[in-house]
Design a protein around this ligand. Structure first.
Ligand code: 9WO
Length: 252
């Protein structure tokens, strides 16, 4: 993966990525290279303050431009041609296609805000893109940055045991996952769908794809719209029509 810089007043939060799961594995094999920069280290005042009261008044504090400007410079010193990305609810919404674009793009410096936000002049001067991970407000950008990093690590090649063919291409974008089952075959009177026990790999593949389409149609119809807009092949169109009819039958 690319080099990832993070500007944050809480660098310790990112230890979670080093300690657990797939991101930990990525660190172990040097596939993930994180550079944490604390803007407090670049504050000139005696109390290492990085926030001040908002012009125009009101509650809360605003992050000052100067310490962030220097912290971004420090982060960029280790990242060649990096894009500076500010995590905020005001950004454009990120989806799996966006994660894939980030994963295949240039180095990244994530700028994590706290308090009520960042002096807009710093954003205008230094930020290349403002990104949101969802329409809710957090207390800072750190968890959003960690969410994006984990999603990017998932796409790293099979050194991490990732399912290459399924995830690297855009095939599963905008499609919910199919249902999964494991032993026992009968649990509290509920059986496993017969096809999954058949050993017929073609049939299983078809069942899983249809199951994914059906769930998407039922739970996220707006995703199905995107799917039909981006995939116009005949096989897909036939499947979608059949599943749409099925859903109508269930409702009526
Ligand atoms: C705080 C606040 C307090 C009172 C009234 C309005 C307010 N808005 C905010 C606010 O948005 N604070 C942000 C906290 C400042 C930028 C960093 N913070 C943040 C990032 N919260 N949520 C995100 C975020 C990032 C990416 N995707 C979703 C949410």
């Amino acid at each position: 993966m690319q080099h990832v810089g993070v500007v944050t007043i809480f660098p310790e939060m990112f230890q979670i990525l080093r300690d657990y799961g797939m991101t930990r594995r990525a660190f172990e094999i040097d596939a993930l290279d994180l550079d944490l920069v604390n803007p407090r280290d670049f504050a000139e005042n005696t109390y290492r303050r990085v926030d001040d009261r908002p012009y125009g008044g009101g509650p809360g504090m605003v992050m000052m431009a100067e310490p962030l400007d220097r912290a971004i410079d420090a982060a960029l010193a280790h990242a060649k041609d990096a894009r500076v990305i500010y995590l905020s609810p005001q950004g454009g919404r990120l989806d799996q296609a966006g994660i894939r674009r980030l994963a295949h793009g240039p180095d990244i410096v994530f700028l994590c805000g706290r308090y009520e936000g960042i002096d807009e002049r710093l954003i205008e001067a230094r930020v290349d893109a403002e990104i949101s991970i969802g329409d809710y407000v957090l207390a800072g950008g750190e968890l959003a940055a960690m969410v994006i990093i984990e999603a990017m690590v998932r796409l790293l090649p099979d050194v991490l045991g990732n399912d290459q063919s399924a995830e690297q291409d855009s095939f599963t974008d905008n499609l919910l996952d199919c249902r999964h089952y494991t032993r026992p075959e009968l649990w509290q009177g509920c059986p496993v769908p017969e096809t999954l026990l058949s050993g017929d790999h073609e049939a299983i593949k078809r069942w899983r794809f249809e199951d994914a389409l059906r769930r998407t149609a039922q739970r996220r119809p707006e995703l199905l719209e995107l799917l039909t807009a981006t995939r116009s092949d005949d096989e897909m169109r036939d499947l979608l029509r059949r599943i749409a009819e099925e859903c109508n039958d269930v409702e009526t």
